[in-house]
Design a protein around this ligand. Structure first.
Ligand code: 6AU
Length: 276
């Protein structure tokens, strides 16, 4: 059986057994237990509104993804309360920081500054354009936390959803190769949910235990006017996505809770179908 077919036929729990990163393992197990493979991309500038929406939708979610630097008047209260909600409602926090610098700089951006991301984000992501030093720099911060039993994992941006992206073909293949040195830290990849044939190529070369999380998902839309491209949730799951990242499809809906329930149901049912 080829890698893609094997990936599609195994449950999250089966794949979790192969994982060397505890955060990746816990995400796979959490998705199976909670029966949701949905991430809410909570791109909301008002910190209190963000917390309110997360409180309302948290039961439906495996992960809440933040862009902490778009919160107006950020204070550590926002991320402390988010961390409390994560414990109460059972989801992981993914700060979509997209680190993209040399190792010693990203190390400081992850650990310190205004946001102290490593203190509260279980998952972060990084571009591979700087080379493997970016993984080493981030891992210097995460390693002692992982050794203490905390969930800390890194997703590499092997692809992007935006029109004209350079993250395709050989770039994607080299990004996947870069993860191999640090299986205890790199838990998976961002893949382009919006471009199912490309996503399938990624899902055909990554290890079984690695998670592919996919933005670019929206029902009834194909473009946002600023480069973002969309596909339907079913298409992404069938092309190898493990987790659907939905932003404006949830926070822009008339009822965010109803939208989250809808994306959750489609994501989960399509995952169950692919196991058959
Ligand atoms: O559903 P949307 O289009 O409203 O939001 C998509 C979210 C945004 C993006 O910053 C993010 O997903 N994203 C990413 C991530 C998660 O790394 C990569 C990418 O290629 N495209 C993309 O949209 O918060």
């Amino acid at each position: 059986m080829n890698k893609f077919d094997e990936r599609m036929s195994l449950s999250y729990t089966d794949r979790a057994g192969f994982s060397e990163n505890s955060c990746g393992r816990n995400l796979l197990e959490l998705m199976e237990q909670k029966k949701t493979n949905l991430t809410f991309g909570a791109d909301i500038s008002d910190g209190d509104e963000l917390l309110k929406l997360v409180k309302e939708t948290g039961e439906e979610l495996a992960v809440v993804k933040t862009h902490v630097d778009i919160i107006d008047s950020y204070s550590s209260r926002h991320t402390e309360e988010l961390a409390d909600l994560a414990k109460d409602l059972g989801f992981l926090i993914f700060e979509d920081r997209k680190f993209v610098d040399i190792g010693k700089t990203v190390k400081r951006q992850y650990e310190g500054g205004t946001f102290r991301i490593a203190d509260w984000a279980h998952i972060v992501n990084a571009h591979t354009v700087p080379g493997p030093g970016i993984i080493d720099g981030l891992y210097e911060v995460a390693r002692p936390m992982i050794e203490k039993g905390l969930d800390r994992g890194l997703l590499l941006l092997a692809q992007m959803t935006s029109k004209g992206t350079l993250a395709t073909g050989g770039y994607t293949v080299k990004s996947v190769a870069m993860a191999k040195e640090n299986p205890e830290f790199v838990m998976g990849y961002i893949g382009a949910g919006s471009v199912p044939p490309e996503l399938k190529k990624l899902a055909s070369i990554v290890e079984l235990y690695q998670v592919i999380m996919t933005p670019g998902i929206k029902i009834g839309a194909s473009y946002d006017g600023l480069g973002q491209q969309y596909a339907a949730p079913e298409e992404a799951i069938r092309a190898g996505s493990d987790n659907l990242i939905v932003g404006s499809g949830i926070y822009g809906a008339a009822s965010s809770v109803e939208a989250a329930k809808k994306y959750r149901k489609i994501g989960w049912e399509t995952y169950i179908e692919r196991l058959k």
